[in-house]
Ligand binder design. Structure first.
Ligand code: AMP
Length: 293
């Protein structure tokens, strides 16, 4: 879909809110795609989906300081608003909301949105405070951009569960739509952090999707979950990727699956480090056609 005119860049939350409310008052459904910029085809796939559902689309670009740990990559996270605007130009985006940190968080801000349940394991354990930072900014963004629907990538599966939990628990009036992961032709999931990879690391990184595809095939052949997990870890380790986790769990709760469970939707989740760069990925596992051995 081609944009008729370039998006308007908005810096202030009151102006953003007014524009969304005015569109809704005129009968338009508003779609919202929250991002941290450094946009790639994964992000624009969300924009395309939003534009197919909604005549008015807002994209936010905000590198959220409070979701990064002290040793993480907040300072070096890629930022290029002009390049992001260019990437969005061919798409149907009406507004780009690009607030400053001071617009999002008053200097004396002291509130966090803490989600338990799906925010606790995996990323929650390895990145303390990360999901509180995510839930807080998403909640804040949903007030600045009071859209009818918000679009998130399955690439960050645990994040989608945290956002859905928060929306349900706080009764926020917005639909959460989860869109498929966009991958390079060799399987690597698109990520702003792929830009950190050296050429050899970029090669090694294909092991993430290889491990997930192996898990999917092992799953369908009825292998035990512990064997599937070991095999994923072995594939990552063989590519010199330091494994944070490589696991198969219930897709909706991230809880362990009983060995004989054949009906609960499952997902393989992995996280690994290549030097300073940490990558995550996942793959849904269809219902098993063979009983676990
Ligand atoms: P980020 O800018 O990394 O915070 O991501 C903004 C949104 O884009 C999140 O909902 C991500 O899950 C989504 N996203 C990131 N990478 C991909 C991808 N490869 N495919 C689909 N969605 C993605």
């Amino acid at each position: 879909m081609t944009g008729d005119r370039p998006p308007t860049i908005i810096r202030r939350s009151d102006e953003m809110r007014q524009r969304v409310r005015a569109a809704q008052a005129a009968g338009e459904r508003v779609g919202f795609v929250p991002t941290m910029g450094s946009l790639h085809a994964g992000h624009t796939s969300l924009v395309e989906r939003a534009a197919s559902d909604c005549p008015a689309v807002a994209v936010s670009i905000f590198v959220n300081p409070i979701q990064f740990g002290p040793q993480e990559d907040f300072d070096r996270y890629p930022r290029d608003l002009a390049a992001d605007c260019k990437r969005l130009a061919p798409h149907s985006v009406r507004w780009i909301y690009a607030p400053d940190v001071s617009e999002m968080y008053p200097p004396d801000h002291a509130t966090r949105v803490e989600v338990a349940g799906p925010a606790e394991p995996f990323e929650g354990q390895l990145r303390p405070g990360h999901f509180a930072g995510v839930a807080t900014v998403v909640c804040r963004l949903f007030h600045c951009v009071p859209a009818d629907a918000a679009y998130f990538g399955a690439k960050d599966w645990q994040q989608t569960l945290v956002v859905k939990r928060m929306v349900a628990d706080l009764g926020l009036p917005i639909d959460v739509v989860v869109c498929p992961t966009v991958r390079e032709t060799d399987g690597l999931a698109l990520s702003s952090r792929n830009a950190y990879l050296t050429a050899p690391q970029r090669q090694q990184a294909t092991a993430l999707s290889t491990a997930l595809k192996q898990a999917q095939s092992d799953w369908q052949q009825g292998h035990a979950i512990s064997d599937i997990e070991h095999r994923m870890a072995a594939i990552l380790e063989a590519a010199a990727i330091a494994v944070d986790y490589a696991t198969v769990v219930a897709a909706d709760t991230l809880e362990p699956l009983a060995p004989s469970d054949q009906t609960t939707a499952a997902i393989a989740l992995i996280a690994g480090r290549l030097g300073e760069t940490r990558l995550i990925d996942n793959l849904s596992l269809p219902p098993r056609t063979q009983s676990p051995c």
